[in-house]
Design a binder for this molecule. Sequence first.
Ligand code: ZN
Length: 477
Amino acid sequence: MKNNKVIILGLIAVLLIAIGLTLIFYVSSTFKINGENPITISYKTDYKDKGATFKNIFGDFTKRIKTYNYVKTDKIGDYKVDYYAKFAGIKIHKSRLVSVADKNSPVITFSGGDLLKVCPNKTYNMDDFTAIDDVDGDLTDNVKVYKEEDKMVYSVSDKSGNSTVIHRDYFLGDNENPVIELKGESLISLSIGEKYFEQGYTVTDNCFDLRDKVVVTDNIDNTKAGSYAVTYSVTDDSGNTTKIERTVNVKPSTTEKKPSAADNPGTPGVIYFTFDDGPSGSGSTAKILDTLKKYNIKATFFVTGSGPDDLIKREYEEGHKIAAHTYTHDYSKVYSSVDGYFNDLNLVNARIKKITGTETNIIRFPGGSNNTVSNKYNKGIMNTLTKEVTARGYIYFDWNVDASDAFNCAKKTVKDKETCVYKNVIGGLSKKKTNVVLMHDIKGYSANVLEKIIIYALDNGYSFQTISENTKQIKFK
Ligand code: ZN
């Protein structure tokens, strides 16, 4: 009996101690949420939860807190953060309320700048701004625009009631100068006599189209060295003026003269084979090319508008010089007038350019520069043409060895035409001069006898070249 009583009393004592400890645990416990609760944060801003602390008489149990954070900052709404503390099998729970809200006002931006300018020739279209809200997006269409005394007012609110009101200064009128920009360099150098070429400009204005309003003037005298100005000036309809200049310096001419073909003493003993009137598709041009190839000699072909393109191409590709003779070889056209001459020359030059891709300034007049046939069509035209072609940058070549293969040797009475041509050429060659030999590649007998002429020239120590700008100019007048 006594023993049972002791056991029961002991159990009661243990129970009382347990109850006591639990009471002490509860009474002494502090479970606290750190920082604000509830809290409101801005949409799409970082949320860093400050957590909670849990302590009692037995110690600090903060580390044992389990936290569950449900906050989503990219969505407007109310969220919870839950904290759970556990001690001796007992759970305690607290939570924080976090509201994600639209706290920011819409932002109004002006594309034309903070000061509103309205041109006198335009009306304000109210289309130079945007209103963007971080939550509601584009609110431009909701913006109310109205005038208030000397300001333009722009007002807008987002769905959460955040509003923006801007009082914008405005200016009705135009006080901006037009802008002229030069095309090309603003400093140009010319030689005396060189023509000034206007490269133009662009003009822009905040209000008006002034493309036809720019006045360009200059005081250039290209016959005198000096510094000159080209002036560009424009005034818009509001009276704003812009004036700019381009400087043109005319340089004094240097006394040094470019050496010309006429001044060139030439190289004695050189033969320039020149073949006129081709190409010919009859075989004579091809035969001449074969012979020249055999001896690796380069010649000059003064071509016309007739014959196959392929032969000119072959001449060019095999290293011969392609020069211009005439397109039609019709004296009545070529020598009808200066224009008539150059029209014909331009045609043959265009053919050369088309076939070879290169241009030439080496020419030969039909009949030579001293021909008298031309007088029949335009008296004295050769005097004009010889000066005019030179002024236009061409170099004309006559000849000083004449095969006469289109004249004397071509006559019916001459039976052995090849010997005739051979004698004429051999008889004209000299080691003391440069030899510009006139032949015609449209003549079969000239093609046939060419090899014999070459063998003679080689045996006698001649060398061969093509005509270029640097060749001593052989001319009759
Ligand atoms: Zn000719």
